[in-house]
Design a protein around this ligand. Structure first.
Ligand code: FES
Length: 252
């Protein structure tokens, strides 16, 4: 297969960026999108040109590193990561636009690589759960109803890729933050400190410059893990309750 690529090239966050034209030739249809970029880069290196910088790690849809916007869509598809996108999904001879995630809170590092450490700082702001753990507990000591366990697992499926923020016209990270708050707070082990956690994580999200949710639902459509916007509603309820409780306690 053969593709005309328009790839965003940018030295760093201070310099101006632009789309540059590249030809991807003799690409096997079973190649993944990242393997196609590998082939293009090998060609560039052979010609003595700078290879295109792009993020990747597991290439199995687990780590969330492969943060590319392809033809205007984060990861180039809903419900899947860039590394799980295969070239057979495109037409032979197609022109493909490849650019980084466009989110103010994810500063550009180079070409297609952005710095998503804002997500790490949001997670860090949640702090730790302080409980006396004692000796190793029997696995069945804390019974958890199956619907709750399933719901927590739905939230834990978030791989923190940032596609939600990249897809949102407001660059909102509320799907990510609400999934993590759900994952950490739904099980009994996460209940201690749940109020403090939601207040701190929402405050850090705002401080990083992410926008608010105004119900476009683009985040849910772009999420490789299929996280539901229902988690955002849950987070908003818990944030309101925790804020009121905190204000009351401060005046008591
Ligand atoms: S490289 Fe890990 S999810 Fe794509």
């Amino acid at each position: 297969m053969h593709f005309h690529l328009k790839i965003w090239r940018q030295e760093n966050s201070k310099s101006a960026g632009t789309f540059r034209d590249y030809e991807a030739k003799d690409i096997p249809e079973e190649a993944s999108f990242l393997e196609m970029l590998d082939i293009v880069n090998e060609d560039l290196v052979e010609k003595g040109e700078d290879p295109v910088a792009f993020d990747h790690d597991c290439r199995e849809g687990i780590c969330g590193m492969c943060s590319l916007t392809i033809n205007g869509i984060p990861h180039g598809q809903g419900r899947g990561t860039t590394c799980q996108l295969y070239m057979r999904k495109f037409s032979d001879g197609e022109t493909i636009y490849i650019e980084p995630f466009r989110v103010g809170a994810f500063p550009l590092v180079r070409d297609l690589v952005v710095d998503r450490s804002a997500f790490d700082r949001v997670m860090g702001s949640g702090g730790y759960t302080g409980v006396r753990c004692g000796g190793a507990q029997d696995a069945n000591d804390t019974p958890i109803a199956k619907p709750i366990a399933d719901y927590a697992m739905d939230a834990a499926a978030c791989i923190g890729c940032g596609a939600c923020a990249a897809a949102c016209p407001n660059s909102s990270a509320m799907l990510f933050v609400s999934a993590k708050i759900g994952q950490l707070g739904l099980l009994p082990q996460g209940e201690p400190g749940a109020g403090r956690r939601v207040r701190h994580m929402v405050a850090q999200m705002d401080e990083e410059g992410f926008g608010n949710c105004s119900n476009y639902y683009e985040c849910e459509a772009a999420c490789p893990a299929g996280i539901s916007v229902a988690f955002i509603a849950r987070m908003n309820r818990h944030f309101a309750l925790a804020s009121v409780r905190n204000a009351v306690e401060a005046t008591a």
